[in-house]
Design a protein around this ligand. Sequence first.
Ligand code: PLP
Length: 404
Amino acid sequence: MYTVNANYQELQGSYLFSTIAKKVAAYKEAHPGCSIISLGIGDVTQPLPDAVIKALHSAVDEMADVSTFRGYAPDLGYSFLREAIAENDYRARGCEIGADEIFVSDGAKSDSANIQELFGAEDIIAVCDPVYPVYLDSNVMAGRAGKYDPAAGRYTRVVYMPCTKENGFIATPPEKAPDIIYLCFPNNPTGAAADKERLQEWVDYAVKNGCVIIYDAAYEAYISEENVPHSIYECDGARQCAIELRSFSKNAGFTGLRLAFTVVPKDLVKDGVSLHGMWARRHGTKYNGAPYIVQRAGEACYTPEGKAQIRDLIGFYMENARIIREGVVSLGYEAFGGVNSPYVWLKTPEGVSSWDFFDSLLDRCNIVGTPGCGFGPSGEGYFRLTAFGDKDATKEAVMRITKI
Ligand code: PLP
């Protein structure tokens, strides 16, 4: 007789987006013909860059010819893509990362969920609060997070690191060191980005205390400020303590194509065991490689045309971010983010909860955003607005808020 993984019973329902969907559906039913604008989506809306489309077409043609057809891709990724990544994302920024330290995959979501398999069942994880939920939930499934305490709204074996206005939404290293630290910069949902000094502090802390940092840099392409590192490997010592996750989703619009990579440096060795070797083994055992045509599309992102088109795409979304940020600030709201990220993190007016603000914005402006409390207790009193929409709709949304 089989049993089920009881850890799944500890998962909290994905309450946030389903509740939003239900509220919006109910509102539409009660107000037929209303025109709702969503500033809540975390998905891109603009078409793929032309260089990517061309690469896809040409790779599809190769698959149609017996002499150029490809079957299974190498587990860890084609060397043409791993080389392009190592050269452009790392060596060009002065980071010593070899192509053989790059593991190509189908998404940063799956990588960020799977990476915890490399660590001991009793290891203590630390997550930022608020947080992208995957880091926490994947550890809950693995039994590492302990029990959920409904009164506290927290798991018993997890260290929550509050990210508040006071610390600039950048967590401070906990007094008692955890084992595994999840960091994400530029951050979803707060839009905060750690500068070089703050990130170096984290790396020094991890090296001193023997922690590993799982660094999610999915929004790296949105960095606009000089002193913000694009990779954790810009910090001294990071090769000894950090794993970096990257994605083609938010820079080149691959959310529907699926392509990402994880960097596991060979210097990450614990008790004589190489994490690089472990991740290679995991990849080889559980994964059969990202599709050839998608890896060719990824390679095209590093051509001069691809780079220029991606810059334009980012520029498009960041203009939306500017419109939203400046719009809400001009109305007297406190707003953060939107400078190095496509997310604007708005402080709700005094005494107005995240959900009350959601209801009010939906009701009075027909605008949908995301209540900050859905990302963790410290998100209460905040609201996430995203820049991934259409330009006219974004302008219209800000106009509607202004009118009321
Ligand atoms: N990491 C963060 C912080 C995200 O916000 C997202 C998507 O929203 C992802 C990872 C997922 O990336 P991918 O599309 O490569 O799975």
